[in-house]
Design a protein around this ligand. Structure first.
Ligand code: ATP
Length: 569
């Protein structure tokens, strides 16, 4: 049995996660987190919030999951958020063409290939349908948009979409958010919430689903002035797999300190480097095995045209490297797009330390000439002349100047354009901030944490499965058991359980079955500690540690203090 099969079986049996709507046959790509999974997910989200929102001093928002069409027109999702779909001529199943190529050839990142090349590769490698084995050569590959469409309000008057990422809910609100940040850069805004993608072929349990949770940070910076606090992460060691290493068949992932990686130019962007350092510590904190973790740099073909540098956090699960998170320097792309498509102001006024005297070119066109000559286009022409003057003064040197308004070219004699250059004093300028984006998938983090925690050993001659979860994220921190149902032990144990809950610990009480069975149950759900009351006349109880199974005796009076100390490490 593979580790995945073990984990999926345990996850369902013990209430971590399982396919949703099972009573109606279930539908691919939708999962319900059971009682254990919901608690683990919340704990992982809390740990993310603690590190990326609270400790970084960032702002948190909670935006709607549905947004109107213009938002996604501006963001580019409407036109470009596609995957490559190929349909089997035999069984009619739809598959992702790039996945079929990646799974059956040595080609990686087939996603970045153009459609005609993908069709050629399918033919060249004689690739077949993963469901029924029929040949796929000659089948058309089409672009399939991954957004779920809906209509807002009765009728279909206003199209809307379920958000495919949480980020846009931050970008569109920038004009408002900059006010809360008192118009000072840098500032960061985080959001943890659901995102929806109508994946062509959901697969591998929680790894590719149609509804999932993202935790994203958008950091807005002044590219000319702001710098990250690299010293805070300089000594963090991270396994890096750069584009250069990927191009060399003999090169492998190498451990670097973040400081060295920046100094040697392995990581190109300092902000990205900073977040790789912070993320390394965070993944370690929530229980990702650092021996099965790496950062992979995007290859030049994978990079979005506006992205200067991009790395993915990846984890190894059952022999495959899966993407957990992306870290990108996105320049001013997102804010500029929303500025272009909306009427709002996506810039920020940057005050100079000292006022500057600058030359400013101004045009004052003769409207008594422009109006009669060009009719309704006159105002547009006047605006275009001014903007041209700001960009290129020499355009006004000749007898006439040409401008374009709404796709129409106009030739204006310079004698009707009063052009002047004046000295003015400026106290600052409007800039469009750049964006640094760490974007985490919560479901993939949770899945990896459970996988990496899955352990097997032998206890007293019996095989044992257990989840070696970090105490900070474990759904239950402590199990409390009465050894027997005699001598008022169950009542006393219930009281102890309540005292521990009052101290803020997550506690489960269990009095059914043998004590060995109760330990085994908690081992499987990953509870780090169990307390057993055995009626000891000295007023003590045992604390058993999950991984080592070692037991220690503690005074019941000291129990809350001892366990609280274990919880905070
Ligand atoms: P992939 O290439 O695996 O489809 P992506 O590069 O499109 O992922 P991003 O758009 O960068 O993913 O999203 C950020 C994070 O959101 C990913 O690193 C991943 O953890 C998570 N994510 C994206 N799509 C899914 C999905 N279908 N199911 C679960 N998590 C997802």
């Amino acid at each position: 049995m593979t580790e995945t099969a073990d984990v999926v079986e345990l996850a369902k049996r013990r209430g971590y996660f399982f396919q949703a709507s099972g009573a109606y046959g279930g539908v691919s790509g939708f999962y319900t987190f059971g009682p254990q999974g919901a608690a683990l997910k919340r704990n992982i989200e809390d740990a993310w919030r603690d590190r990326f929102t609270i400790q970084e001093g960032n702002l948190e928002v909670d935006a709607p999951t549905v947004a109107p069409e213009p938002v996604f027109e501006a963001s580019g999702h409407l036109d470009g958020f596609d995957d490559m779909l190929v349909e089997c001529p035999e069984c009619g199943e739809s598959h992702r063409a790039d996945h079929i190529i990646e799974d059956n050839t040595d080609i990686e990142e087939a996603e970045s290939y153009p459609i005609p090349e993908v069709e050629e590769l399918i033919a060249e490698f004689e690739l077949v349908c993963p469901s029924c084995g029929a040949g796929l050569a000659g089948q058309a590959v089409t672009a399939f948009n991954l957004m779920f469409e809906t209509s807002i309000g009765p009728g279909s008057s206003q199209p809307g979409y379920l958000r495919p990422e949480t980020a846009q809910g931050i970008f569109v609100e920038f004009p408002q958010l900059k006010e809360y940040a008192r118009n000072q850069l840098p500032f960061g805004v985080t959001q943890i919430g659901r995102a929806y993608r109508n994946e062509i072929s959901p697969r591998k349990s929680l790894l590719r689903v149609r509804e999932f949770t993202q935790a994203e940070l958008e950091l807005f910076v002044d590219p000319e002035e702001d710098e990250p606090d690299l010293d805070a992460v300089r000594d963090v060691t991270a396994p890096l797999y750069s584009a250069e290493m990927q191009a060399d068949p003999d090169a492998a992932t190498t451990e670097w300190t973040i400081g060295e990686a920046v100094d040697e130019g392995v990581i190109g962007d300092e902000w990205v480097a900073y977040y790789l350092g912070v993320a390394t510590e965070w993944y370690d904190r929530v229980g990702v095995d650092m021996e099965r973790f790496r950062f992979r740099q995007h290859l030049p073909g994978e990079l979005a045209h506006y992205a200067a540098d991009c790395w993915d956090a990846e984890a190894e699960v059952d022999g495959d490297w899966i993407e957990l998170a992306g870290f990108a320097y996105r320049s001013d792309y997102d804010l500029s797009k929303h500025a272009e498509h909306s009427d709002d102001d996506f810039t920020l006024f940057k005050q100079y330390d000292e006022a500057k005297t600058v030359e400013r070119a101004t045009v004052d066109p003769d409207m008594s000439y422009l109006g009669p000559e060009f009719g309704g286009a006159a105002a547009g022409i006047a605006e275009a002349l001014q903007s041209l003057a700001e960009r290129d003064r020499t355009a006004f040197d000749g007898d006439s100047v040409s401008v374009e308004v709404d796709g129409e070219a106009y030739e204006i004699p310079t004698e009707h354009v009063n052009f002047s250059v004046d000295e003015v004093t400026e106290s600052g300028e409007h800039i469009t901030p750049h964006v640094v984006e760490p974007s985490f998938g919560v479901d993939r983090a949770l899945y990896t944490v459970v996988h990496h925690a899955f352990s097997e050993d032998e206890v007293e001659g019996e095989h044992r499965n257990y989840l070696s979860l970090e105490p900070e994220v474990a759904p239950t921190f402590v199990g409390v058991f009465p050894l027997t149902d005699q001598d008022g032990l169950p009542e006393r144990a219930r009281e102890v359980a309540q005292e521990l809950r009052d101290a803020g610990l997550s506690v489960t009480y269990d009095d059914s079955g043998s004590i060995g069975r109760r330990y085994r149950r908690q081992d499987e759900v990953g509870t780090p500690f169990c307390v057993t009351l055995d009626g000891d006349p000295q007023g003590t109880a045992t604390i058993r540690e999950r991984d080592s199974t070692a037991q220690t005796r503690v005074d019941l009076d000291d129990l809350v203090e001892t366990l609280t100390a274990l919880r905070t490490g």
